[in-house]
Design a protein around this ligand. Sequence first.
Ligand code: SF4
Length: 708
Amino acid sequence: MLADAVVKTTCAYCGVGCGIAATVTDAAARVVDIKGDITHPANFGRLCSKGSSLGETVSLEGRQLVPEINGQPVAWATATTKIASEFKRIRDQHGPDAIAFYVSGQLLTEDYYVANKLMKGFIGSANIDTNSRLCMSSAVAGYKRAFGADSVPASYEDFAHAELMVLVGSNTAWCHPIIFQRIKAIKAEKPNLKVVVIDPRETATHEIADLHLPIKSGGDVLLFNALLAELAERGAVDTLFTAAHCTGLEAAVASAKADRGDRATLAARLGIPADRLHTFFDWFTATERTLTMYSMGVNQSSAGTDKANAIINCHLATGRIGKPGAAPFSLTGQPNAMGGREAGGLANMLAAHMDLENPAHRERVQRFWGAPSIPQQPGLKAVDLFDAVHEGKVKAVWIMATNPVVSLPNADRVRAALEKCELVIVSDCIADTDTMRLAHIKLPALGWGEKDGTVTNSERRISRQRGLLPPPGEARPDWWALAAVAKAMGYAEAFAYDHPAQIFREHAALSAFENNAESGIRDFNIGLLAQLDNREYNALKPVQWPVTPDAPLGTERLFTDNRFYTPDGKARLVPLAYRAPVNALSADYPLVLNTGRIRDQWHTMTRSGLTPRLLQHIGEPFAEMHPDEAKNRGLTEGGLVRLSSRWGKAVARVQFSTGQQPGHVFMPMHWTGVLSRSGRVGAVVNPAVDPVSGQPENKHTPVAAERY
Ligand code: SF4
């Protein structure tokens, strides 16, 4: 790599997917200058605190630089041969489902593609799931139920067209900072734009809120059902659109009215002042150009899929989809949650948005891969997967680029599961994480600035992440390690990759393979990109899928023709009824624990924690409580509190905030057992999951709080 050459790449952190213009100013000392890429349509040169400090995270401090088996450095060939022989032994003795992969939205699409192909096509199990299960699987399930495919209808470009923005369960200011800045700038120029924030907490996002609905935890289905009932009663349903392009309207409205029940008590049931509730109904009814954006507060719930569909129902009923500034728009958490979805990195999906439960899709993918087998049933979703490890049903697990001993709910049980697992393989660029400590085989992965491939952001935009620095030590791409194991298992022909462009071309070709009217048109199609040669792949500019001969420059907005990906081409409204969170409050556990991100840290801090200036924002785990609630429990600001649930305990410093409702406590998700002996909140979080998506209920765990 030449010093002082500007390399255009993509941020490693959130799903906004900002473009970065990076310059290596001293390759030997690994000094990288970071600027926003003014040509990238996700951010037009802006970066938040995390993205702009990426240059401080590329040092070799704390890196895993060689493969290890049981603590001893080994050659790559020794490690991959050992993994291959153990996989074959376990598969022969216990069947393919005794092996599992747990991967990550931090992987590049090329890594995801190879992992999914190896597990589903060649090992023969669907037991590959991803930490994106914790992030957006409810949004995926909601889109699939409504549209027949995991199709994000909108673009960031729609912000400029919207006249009402509804932010649901999203602290956009901290979790998607550049989207927040973009909305704020539009709002400054467009005084008529109204922003509604729906969140039990008052967060930094309230800076742009014209209306805040402090909804009771878990009440979103009830709220959007009540909105649907209002829309029907006020004559705001677009009957021409719904008659021609939707099914299920009558049943959905009937359920919504039944669910809403007595209007006089609705505000109290939702915890929202009646005047604010009616203002929201008035604004939504009156505003064609409404964009409803939702994130973890919707998804991380035992009713997450229903919440997504309750929002989508209101958009379908009013025909607010496929038009500028009008859509239900899920904001993804991770840099490549979307790419994982495209490559089939979820236990219930195949590659290229095809379904494991569809026999024609299974046959097509198996034929395309030339694979010896394809699983007939979906695999285990994240929480169930680690339960199966605990129960001894899964004997070997390969974890890539994620730290489940910190981030999964009921995290002490996850740790116990890995402690007794026969074979734990962990690929990571960081040597010491809570999960790495339990690995029998450690594999040195590339970090940001070294990886080379593609990622997809929240608006379906595929961007290149480019290598700036040479791979350090023996670190290798994850796709390379997977292919090496596949070759050692005897699958050399199917995994003969030596460049990420080859993998990308295969992925793109599969997306277009028999993707036609005869076999049923699928949403994800980037077939045109299968023609890129290596040089063109290296030069690929950000582009939104689908990318087809009809749309060679990509597609800004979906459903402009009002055709959906269901067999009859119609969108489906889903009849819904409110369900309370699975684990109710009790005398022993009377508070709602809500977990989430803070502005300047990312996941389990293995990268963002390397940056001193990011640690200056908030330097230790905290528990945010309303002052009255804290004082009633004998807690003082700055003192320590122990939070306990039926599943585990954590200790944090008390912070007072009137933005918290009494009865609630918020704790950040980031601190690990390596960084803080007792601030690992995943140990406290309940393992309840959504029955459709399998996404855990991180936003609602009953806890007790006592002075520590
Ligand atoms: Fe990176 Fe997200 Fe910040 Fe953009 S908003 S710079 S993608 S962390």
